[in-house]
Write a protein that binds this ligand. Structure first.
Ligand SMILES: [Zn+2]
Length: 335
């Protein structure tokens, strides 16, 4: 059960009793921002709990490949963020590409907060709400005519066995990241592995990063389920370490309150925002977004996740906001 921990700062002993080893697996559904924030938090925690102890960061990457087999934003994570910034606060950094030591120079003054700023160079990141166009993760999709096999997707994700990316259950289905009807490709990078229930719940939208952000959110939201069948002793051990083991009581709720909850927890809407939105303008825009940038799946008429995305994009359009949506880039769901 504990085979694939999301992240942990573990006080171990890679080099001497006082060393701290930090492991992070950049999941296929994490983007640069969310991953960098999480790693930063782990290093900050390690610095706080064991100041001065030599820190080693082990970083692994799931998926995140470009069309020629190199890394996508995972490369920036390893190079710019890992080597360029974080290494000064570490003793050693180990990634699939590089293993570097910072000989005896580890700094112990990591700031309280990591601020990620977007370059003002017109580089496109996140979904452009002003255009409602397709935003896939793969820019040069392979010219395939059939879905990649389960085996190919499993291999791409670096998993031993196919399992739902949200709840790890089986059997799994091959889920399009961007639906074919919206222009999504048959490239292996346009597929996720989800169980039937999570597949039916995932958004059918024109933006790949929003799909992955939803998987990330659902994984955090539903992860307590993973420990349900674990031995009581292990559950106790996890509880003591602050892992949420018991599933939250999710009361029955109406469709719109479910959408509202997702707007708050995934897209970062505040109560004040719900009050200040001009609903008439918003509804018009919302339907325009729904018609042109979302799809339907499983003959489900309305999906909470698709509606929440469309409301968020519509709100940004009405407000004339540019740049990536908060749900995709800046907002971090808290475990
Ligand atoms: Zn699942």
């Amino acid at each position: 059960m504990a085979k694939r921990p999301r992240q942990q700062a573990r006080t171990g002993a890679p080099k001497g009793p006082k060393g701290v080893a930090i492991y992070h697996d950049m999941k296929v559904y994490e983007n640069f921002e969310r991953c960098a924030q999480r790693i930063f938090e782990c290093v900050r925690m390690a610095q706080q709990q064991s100041p001065g102890a030599p820190r080693t960061l082990f970083l692994d990457i799931q998926g995140h490949r470009n069309s020629v087999g190199g890394y996508d934003d995972a490369l920036e994570l390893m190079k710019e963020f890992g080597m360029g910034y974080l290494l000064q606060f570490l003793t050693e950094l180990s990634t699939p590409l590089i293993r570097v030591r910072n000989n005896g120079r580890q700094r112990d003054d990591l700031p309280e907060e990591l601020r990620i700023v977007y370059p003002d160079d017109g580089s496109e990141y996140g979904y452009d709400a002003t255009r409602l166009g397709l935003r896939p993760r793969e820019n040069f999709p392979a010219d395939r005519r059939s879905k990649p096999t389960l085996k190919a997707i499993t291999a791409y994700l670096g998993m031993d066995e196919p399992a739902c990316l949200v709840c790890w259950r089986t059997p799994v289905e091959r889920a399009h990241v961007v639906p074919e009807k919206l222009g999504g490709s048959l490239d292996v990078r346009n597929f996720a592995l989800l169980c039937h229930a999570h597949h039916a719940e995932a958004p059918d939208v024109a933006d790949a990063e929003s799909f992955w952000a939803w998987v990330d959110y659902a994984e955090l939201r539903d992860s307590p389920d993973k420990w349900r069948d674990a031995p009581e002793q292990l559950q106790e051990w996890l509880r003591e370490r602050g892992v949420r083991v018991d599933p939250p009581q999710r009361e029955e709720q109406s469709f719109f309150s479910a959408v509202k909850r997702e707007l708050k927890s995934l897209y970062g809407w505040s109560d004040a925002e719900f009050g200040s939105v001009a609903w008439e303008d918003l509804m018009e825009e919302f339907h325009a977004v729904l018609d042109s940038a979302t799809g339907r799946h499983f003959a489900v008429d309305k999906k909470v996740s698709t509606y929440a995305w469309a409301y968020d994009v519509a709100r940004r359009r009405v407000a004339g906001e540019e740049g990536p949506g908060r749900g995709v880039a800046a907002r971090l769901p808290t475990p």
